[in-house]
Design a binder for this molecule. Structure first.
Ligand code: SF4
Ligand code: SF4
Length: 418
């Protein structure tokens, strides 16, 4: 990424393929697409709106309000994905919450105003009865389930759909051999069946972990999922465990092809959105409307959500396995204890401090960099990937195709000079 610092946090960025420059203030994410002869007008407009934008950005970045709990009702998993962030021993021999234990927590979360409970990995469907009974009994809470899908049957899906539960399913490859290698034997067929049964369910999403085995197949994943699901998350593999580190790859080129594929399908009436890319577009167009939290700095860990497991709270599930980030007590003290994660902001990370896109990228992930380097203040190992993808986000905005990714009716226009 080629850029020039003009003053304070204000940069001029040159992006291949664009006729004009991008002007970006990295503190507020104020931006403009303009030629050098329009610079003065851009600076004047920025001066007028800076304070308001900064207030909004600071609120979005630093407000601590736990809306969601990722609840690992069991430590165990019936698969053995090579890049999993939960230590093997825990997944094999860990324990499952009792009904009393789960109810005690859910009563507490209801009382203090938590809005969402996401039953999360390890594999929540191992404790299916417990999970479904909770969904049945706590209508005041909103629920989601993130599952590998192996244990889901038709009856379960009917229940999930009837109860309007958000359902996220893991799927990594359109090639059956790769899918079964990464996710376990029989996974490809199982997911195809689930997608058929749940076709049209608007709360269904698919999560793909991008890694060295599937990165060339991202476009084909879009092909295979279009018409079956509308939201697809494509997350870069995290190196919180050694295996994950060995599967990292710079997949920017293939990710961008997948983005283009999804935009073309959507243009032609078959909507499919790559959620991670949509979040970058929001980071530029409407920063405080971002839904995913990994690219906000500090990220959502211990700020917007917490993970609760059988042995206590962690700032995010990605920290399970890092015992020094565990707190076994009440939620409010947990939030205090996790302050050190919230202190990891891009301004404190050496190479990010002078990066124009630092508040679009966020330099994730604290758990990943801490486990690898022993410091929360190391930069993201996927820096080059984020740079390429965010450059592309500007291209998509300039050519006007952002409206095929974002639902514009959900956003309110505030300032427009593009
Ligand atoms: S960046 Fe890492 S710790 Fe933060 S929300 Fe994302 S996965 Fe969790
Ligand atoms: S990780 Fe790279 S792209 Fe992201 S903020 Fe840091 S320097 Fe910028």
């Amino acid at each position: 990424m080629k850029f020039e610092k003009l003053f304070d946090n204000f940069y001029k960025i040159y992006i291949a393929g664009l006729k004009k420059n991008i002007y970006l203030d990295s503190e507020t994410n104020f931006w403009a697409y303009a030629g050098e002869n329009e610079e003065k007008e851009v600076f004047n407009l920025f001066k007028d709106v800076r304070d308001e934008l900064l207030d909004e950005m600071n609120k979005h970045r630093f407000e601590v309000k736990i809306r969601t709990i990722y609840l690992n009702v069991t430590d165990r998993c019936n698969a053995n994905c090579p890049y999993c962030y939960i230590p093997y021993e825990r997944r094999k021999n860990g324990r499952t919450m009792s009904k009393d234990e789960l109810e005690k927590w859910l009563n507490y979360f209801s009382e203090i105003g938590v809005e969402w409970i996401i039953f999360h990995g390890a594999e929540p469907m191992i404790a299916k009865d417990l999970v479904f009974e909770a969904i049945d009994n706590y209508s005041e809470l909103n629920f989601g389930i993130q599952t590998n899908g192996f244990l889901l049957n038709e009856e379960d899906l009917n229940f999930i759909i009837h109860k309007k539960v958000n359902l996220g399913i893991s799927f990594d490859s359109p090639d059956k051999r790769v899918e079964d290698f990464l996710r376990g034997r029989g996974h490809y067929d199982k997911i195809m069946k689930i997608l058929e049964l749940a076709k049209g369910y608007e709360r269904l999403s698919v999560i793909t972990t991008i890694n060295s085995y599937n990165y060339t197949q991202l476009e084909k994943i879009v092909d295979i999922l279009v018409g079956k699901v509308q939201v697809l998350l494509m997350n870069m593999v995290r190196g919180t465990q050694e295996n994950g580190r060995s599967m990292r790859i710079n997949a920017a080129e293939h990710f961008i092809k997948a983005v283009e594929k999804s935009i073309n399908y959507t243009k032609n009436g078959k909507r499919i959105v790559i959620g991670d890319f949509a979040n970058y577009l929001l980071g530029i167009l409407a920063p405080s409307a971002r839904v995913l939290q990994c690219d906000v700095s500090p990220c959502g860990a211990g700020r917007r959500f917490l993970a609760l497991t059988t042995d206590g709270f962690y700032p995010c599930s990605e920290f399970i396995g890092l015992k020094e980030f565990r707190y076994n007590g009440d939620l409010h003290t947990a939030i205090e204890k996790f302050k050190r994660v919230r202190e990891r902001v891009v301004e404190k990370i050496d190479i990010c401090r002078e990066c124009p896109i630092r508040n679009i990228c966020g330099s994730p992930c604290p758990a990943e960099v801490y486990s690898e380097t022993g410091s929360l203040f190391s930069p993201s190992p996927s820096c080059e990937y984020y740079k390429k993808v965010i450059e592309h986000a500007f291209r998509v905005i300039v050519r006007g195709d952002y409206k095929y990714v974002l639902k514009m009716e959900n956003l309110k226009e505030k300032f427009s000079i593009c």
